[in-house]
Design a protein around this ligand. Structure first.
Ligand code: NAP
Ligand code: FE
Length: 367
């Protein structure tokens, strides 16, 4: 068996009303919180009210930054850091999908030192973050159990993970916040979680333990497939998707993601393709390239499918693909991938420019 390390220090509270029932948890972190949310959803799904009530009941101060956009920009991170420093906050709470949770992570590194700027997030020298609490309201990114934060860099026309890594001290998983998640966001984010499991399971850094955890995730996801296909999102299905997403976070926190995530960023950047769907569009070609077919067959059978095509037909059934792609689009995405050769090392094999272009061609043209 090959050597590996495992590290995932986040304390998880799972269950209905877990924030208010465990409000004393906030006691151990700082005096003043900065709460990160998107523009609307956290105000409507009850998560922001629960956090504010918990903080008030234990006498903590807080400020709310509710300006996080989807695929958050590095400029938003910089602006939030200035506001947080000015207000003297000393712990962060991310509430939302991956966008607010990732923003809370990135800002946490900049708060302690006014001499730091957003460029420092991309340096290798490790920075220390203030404490972090994450509360997912989508079931997909697993950001609550990964150390990664993804931001949009308009100056480079791309999305990128920051180089600084931090795990949340605490994650609260309450599926009542995702009860009214619209069908299309539910499907896109569920597929993001599934692609984390698949990419973690197939990437070069997969190991015995990450594989066993991924297999538990595939098994949990298999119990949601019927609900996703029929859009019958019962509270049991919602709960299972939420925990699957965190399990998938355990996996990629050890292994990283692979080609579909990397290749999907171009489509998200230029055509606003939701993140989960962008990964799924690349998956068929990725899995066909993968040489260890026994491993592929194993996870496909845990999911309850018979073949790569049957799995990818499931993606097509549950995700719309309205965008049309041109030859120029494909060349542009291929160049984006070629510019980041280090990232290609997640794939166990050589990929030439022509191979990369072909993956895009077979994935995106005539869709
Ligand atoms: P998101 O960008 O956070 O949110 C997408 C949409 O869902 C927003 O319009 C949001 O509205 C809405 N929404 C969120 N929760 C909702 C709820 N409970 N009910 C109704 N609407 C709700 O989506 P995401 O897919 O979760 O996150 C995507 C981001 O995470 C991308 O930037 C991706 O690259 C990143 N990501 C990070 C990791 C990681 O390990 N850190 C892994 C994968 C992906 P509001 O704006 O009003 O909140
Ligand atoms: Fe993802």
């Amino acid at each position: 068996m090959k050597s590996f390390q495992y590290f995932m220090p986040t304390k998880i509270f799972f269950g209905k009303n877990c924030i208010l029932e465990n409000k004393e948890v906030f006691q151990q972190f700082g005096k003043k919180a900065m709460i990160f949310t998107g523009k609307n959803s956290a105000k409507k799904n009850g998560s922001l009210d629960d956090v504010v009530q918990a903080l008030r009941e234990i006498g903590k101060e807080y400020i709310i930054f509710d300006e996080v956009e989807e695929n958050p920009t590095i400029e938003t991170v910089g602006r939030a850091a200035e506001i947080g420093r000015e207000a003297g906050v000393d712990f962060n709470i991310g509430i939302g999908g991956g966008s607010p949770m990732d923003t809370a992570k990135a800002v946490g590194f900049l708060i302690p030192d006014k001499n730091l700027n957003t460029g420092d997030l991309f340096l290798l020298k490790p920075l220390l973050s203030i404490p972090l609490i994450e509360i997912p309201t989508t079931a997909g990114t697993g950001s609550e159990t990964t150390p990664y934060a993804v931001v949009t860099l308009h100056s480079k026309k791309m999305k990128s993970s920051i180089k600084q890594h931090v795990f949340a001290n605490v994650a609260f998983l309450d599926s009542k916040y995702i009860d009214k998640l619209p069908d299309s966001i539910t499907a896109n984010t569920a597929i993001d979680a599934l692609t984390h499991l698949i990419e973690g399971y197939t990437c070069v850094r997969a190991n015995f333990l990450s594989d066993k955890i991924a297999e538990a995730g595939f098994s949990a996801f298999s119990e949601c497939i019927e609900g996703i296909l029929s859009k019958n999102y019962t509270s049991e299905v919602r709960e299972k998707l939420l925990i699957t997403s965190s399990i998938a976070g355990f996996v990629i926190s050890q292994t990283g993601t692979s080609i579909p995530h990397f290749f999907g960023y171009g489509m998200t950047y230029y055509k606003n393709v939701p993140h989960g769907r962008a990964n799924a569009l690349i998956m068929r070609q990725y899995l066909k390239l993968f040489e260890n077919k026994d491993k592929i067959n194993k996870f496909i059978s845990i999911l309850g499918f018979k073949s790569i095509d049957e799995l990818c037909d499931f993606f097509d059934q549950v995700l719309d693909s309205p965008e049309k792609y041109t030859e120029d689009d494909l060349q542009c995405y291929t160049s984006m991938v070629m510019e980041n050769k280090a990232k290609l090392a997640v794939y166990d094999g050589e990929l030439s420019r022509e191979d990369i272009y072909d993956i895009y061609k077979y994935s995106l043209l005539n869709k």
